[in-house]
Design a protein around this ligand. Sequence first.
Ligand SMILES: Nc1ncnc2c1ncn2[C@@H]1O[C@H](COP(=O)(O)OP(=O)(O)OP(=O)(O)O)[C@@H](O)[C@H]1O
Length: 305
Amino acid sequence: MSDYLLRTINLTKQYKKQKAVDNISVHIERGAIYGLIGRNGAGKTTFLKMISRLAAPTSGEIELFGYQKKAIDNVYDRIGMLIEEPGLYPNLNAFDNLKLKAICMGVYKKENVNDILEIVGLNNTGNKKIKNFSLGMKQRLGIGMALVGEPDLLVLDEPINGLDPQGIVEVRDIILKLNQERNITVIISSHILEELSKLATHYGIIHQGRLIEEFSKEEILQKCSERIEIILEEPDRACTILDGLKIHNYKVVDEKTIYVYEKLEEMGDINMELSVNRIKVNSINVIKESLEKYFMELTGGNDNA
Ligand SMILES: Nc1ncnc2c1ncn2[C@@H]1O[C@H](COP(=O)(O)OP(=O)(O)OP(=O)(O)O)[C@@H](O)[C@H]1O
């Protein structure tokens, strides 16, 4: 048993000659919003299908709510999922779509359906048929369908893909509310890191079927935050000088680089103090890296291979 709500161990899916998912081991904590980021074709959908039991792994293990192998069967009803198109009946209204699913799952209660409609902001759509819904409304109903049965884990595959800015905000607010008020853990995939940055507490970057990196929101903010980058000789001695300047929020990145995260306006003073103390500074600059740029670097620039 582990502390993670969901963990995979070397999860792999092979389609004929192609490994769509290649030895992926993710670690998802209870209460997290885990953003799974990857370009088109990276393997996100295949991965999410395996953890939702819509596709069988070729090899590897899934641990869900502390259970593995056969024992997982008992906890699958605690997952709600929206993968690819939500299966909706176009000639029924939102209420009846939810009701039908709840009846099929043996959990129908009128108040629960109304509660879901309220959460996803469709409580005043009345008899409007799904075929007359906008894309954003359909997507919100798709999330509502995933909420039938009161899941503890929500798996959402690119739920904001194709939505207009308002639709994106609405879906984002629903996900935040579910996470914060209902304590639902969420895995959400996207090919745009920036889009998830207002949402995710943790990230997994997936590229060509492999998990390249996992990090928390705090870690990514630090990686991409505005900072002074100093390329220099003798970083150890430079640290003493920074401490003397009452600068403590810095990091020695390697034997030639220090990042300083505070007092950016004092770059000139820092430079002078290092020079006075005969530390050779090769360059000193304020830099700001965008999340998207960081992601592009991790996944090999603009190479779409
Ligand atoms: N049923 C399948 N049979 C064969 N190959 C598949 C199948 N499903 C997916 N693939 C391949 O596996 C790779 C990963 O696909 P997947 O759909 O998981 O990626 P993705 O990251 O979700 O991308 P997208 O955002 O474009 O859906 C792709 O190269 C895809 O062509």
